[in-house]
Design a protein around this ligand. Sequence first.
Ligand code: HGY
Ligand code: MN
Ligand code: MN
Length: 435
Amino acid sequence: MTANFPRLGERVMRRLDELAADTDEPGKITRLFLSPSHKLAMKRVCGFMEEAGLAVGEDDIGNVVGRLESTAPDAPTFILASHIDSVRDAGRYDGGFGVLSAIELVEEVRRLGVSLPFSLEVVAFGDEEGVRFPATLSGSRALAGTFDFETLDAKDENGISLRQALRDFGCDTQGIGKLARDPARICGYLESHIEQGPVLEAENLALGVVTAIAGMVRFNVEVEGEAGHAGTVPMGRRKDPLAGSAEMILAVEDVARRTSGVVATVGVIEASPGAINVIPAKVRFSVDLRAPADEVREAAKAKLEARLRAIAQERGLTLSFTALDEAKATPCDDGLMQELGQALARKGHRVFSLPSGAGHDAMAMAKLCPVAMLFLRCKGGVSHNPAESITVEDAQAAIEVMLDFILHFRPAQGRKGKASKRPPGKATTAPAANA
Ligand code: HGY
Ligand code: MN
Ligand code: MN
């Protein structure tokens, strides 16, 4: 039973180039949650799923869900997914690769005429990056039944609440609670994703099995000082929150550098009132702090807060913290990791495992079912950057391994349940059973 892989790898690459055109910043790839470009991308992915013979629906949190029903009675469902939202000025493979490679895989299952003992669901999540709203993983958390309804009041930089943005997008926020999947009916989750780091390239490997996903905490730091005239306030009398923030940001870097396994990033900084000849009154900067182990991350956060408070005290500044988001470190499922390793070996790859420093929807889905991730090498480990790059050969290899994994996978006993005839949300095509 051979699959015609050259077509699959090449088609995924071509479709990723097409998807890159769905952007809110012409010339760059910027596709934020519930934006016009997110709507365009959903429509495009719906088309790809329909071409693959899936029953396609859009749900009330902005996900696209395609289903291939199993002909087996009471079959559970296996989910293949990733995200189609992006950071600003993004690369074209982060997230999109996982969605489009899953669609190719399911189409190949149908073309091979294979009847699986489980249904397949392909999901294109709409909010993995958490760039627009101070929340993230909204789509995968809704499916996992862990959506935080308080985030509906979270606002974007234009003061639009998530609730309003969902309504404007055509979603019914009352429907979000109904999206939670029954854990007894979901037999597993697999996400393929670019590594976004240099390890596989250094190992001269195309693919790797993810062992765990680092936990992360995101918060804003507000520093208040005394606004003043840039020309008249003597240096010794200033309470300058921007100079103070500069010292604090170096402290963020220093604490991370001194703590093994911890990474910390200040990605956003705003000073107000923001005039060249005014000593700022207030500064707000973001912190994204991660570590493979939760206790290490929590200790680093406490150390960091103490350092920032000491700097504020020394400079006569006031300091406050606003929590934005937190996700615990997530181990992948041993059984699925083993099976993924066997698929890699069957396809002639050296089996190599590595942790993920980047966050993924699999973190949310791990609350619902066993999860696994397959990493794909990316050039120079570059990501969240338009220079992000993969090869068609590696794309083919990933699809080949995932297909082999799915063809050999058997649900653990007890994971049964009536497969729903349609994906939740507004169906856009008729259902298509397994070939
Ligand atoms: O930030 C992350 O780790 C992911 O790319 N959202
Ligand atoms: Mn991603
Ligand atoms: Mn990303």
